[in-house]
Design a protein around this ligand. Structure first.
Ligand code: GDP
Length: 310
């Protein structure tokens, strides 16, 4: 991408889109554009088409989505399937109609079957049943991949897709019940420390394994792939390492400085037992993550304190 090219980031205020926007600007891209949900409702086809006709972006990064943790996915399945399908249908088609040179669609590692062999390779897509807690979200994201591939096949577009692993970092959602595990733990350990509580409750058994990637590393990978990848097959983006929820809880406890104990609430779901991406394709293309877990969690906690600490 030329440094002066107009790049539209859909979802530029979110965890992913925000990091991509900051990353692009840091790398010298001068013409990065975005609209808030109040300015442009991406679920409305007409609004999206009018926006593309007027703005004429040369590149598009689709980081807008309705996202949430295990509880949110379980509670709002209709919103997760409806909003995500609408957004991606509108943007992918508008990008085609208005001649966008290249589009990057962001999916999620929950597209893989619940019992897929670990680590999960790109070719395991659609080889088994999905995890029921986030099936509507996963189905929407699988449709997004298939849409990009179908447009490439029928119309000769260059629409690439990436599947990031679980994410965290500055700009995260720290909602007490609807957020993902890492921000949820940061908030809970911080509140317990502030309140002088003796223990903190962590959902599930603590045994599921998850791979976590810092959002700024994901942004860096997306910019790298916009410049170096044109393939029709999607690419996993992760670290290639996973840990148990109990290990993450221990790390957050240390970073926050909570002196008490951890209790496991097994009335809450564990979700899928392990979610680790095989990142050999991405590594083969020449990209690797940089941020260590300890540094990433410390940066995320700083961000939490700056936004909600006072
Ligand atoms: P998932 O990877 O789609 O299951 O998304 P999450 O980030 O919501 O959850 C990951 C794992 O962390 C699950 O095994 C949860 O049971 C566990 N977990 C432990 N405490 C929490 C919490 O406070 N919030 C969330 N969302 N998950 C938690």
């Amino acid at each position: 991408m030329d440094k002066a090219a107009k790049i539209y980031v859909a979802g530029h205020t979110g965890l992913v889109g925000g990091a991509i926007t900051r990353g692009l600007k840091k790398q010298g891209y001068e013409n990065v554009v975005g609209k808030t949900i109040e300015e442009l409702d991406l679920t409305r086809q007409q609004q999206v088409e009018e926006y593309f006709a007027k703005e004429k972006p040369e590149y598009a990064i689709l980081a807008a989505a309705k996202v949430g943790g295990i509880h949110a996915n379980n509670t709002y399945p209709a919103q997760f399937i409806y909003i995500n399908l609408q957004i991606q249908c509108n943007i992918v088609n508008a990008a085609y109609l208005h001649g966008v040179k290249k589009l990057l669609f962001l999916g999620s590692s929950c597209i893989y079957p619940k019992h897929a062999p670990q680590p999960m390779k790109e070719e395991y897509l659609l080889t088994g049943k999905l995890e029921p807690t986030n099936e509507p979200y996963a189905i929407a994201k699988i449709a997004g991949i298939k849409m990009c591939q179908s447009y490439n096949r029928e119309y000769g577009t260059t629409f690439i897709s990436v599947m990031p692993t679980n994410l965290y970092g500055p700009g995260d959602n720290y909602h007490p019940t609807d957020s993902h595990v890492l921000p949820a733990l940061i908030r809970r350990f911080h509140e317990a420390k502030t309140a002088g509580s003796k223990s903190v409750s962590v959902w599930g058994t603590g045994k599921p394994r998850r791979e976590l990637l810092f959002n700024e590393d994901l942004a860096d990978a997306c910019i790298f792939l916009m410049n170096h990848y044109d393939g029709n097959e999607f690419v996993n983006i992760g670290t290639g390492e996973d840990h148990t929820i109990a290990e993450y809880a221990g790390l957050v406890k240390d970073v926050v400085g909570f002196p008490g104990t951890i209790e496991y609430d097994t009335s809450k779901p564990d979700g899928t037992p392990q979610k680790l991406l095989d990142c050999s394709k991405l590594h083969g293309l020449g990209w690797k993550h940089k941020t260590t877990l300890k540094d990433g969690i410390a940066r995320a906690y700083e961000d939490f304190l700056a936004r909600f600490g006072g």
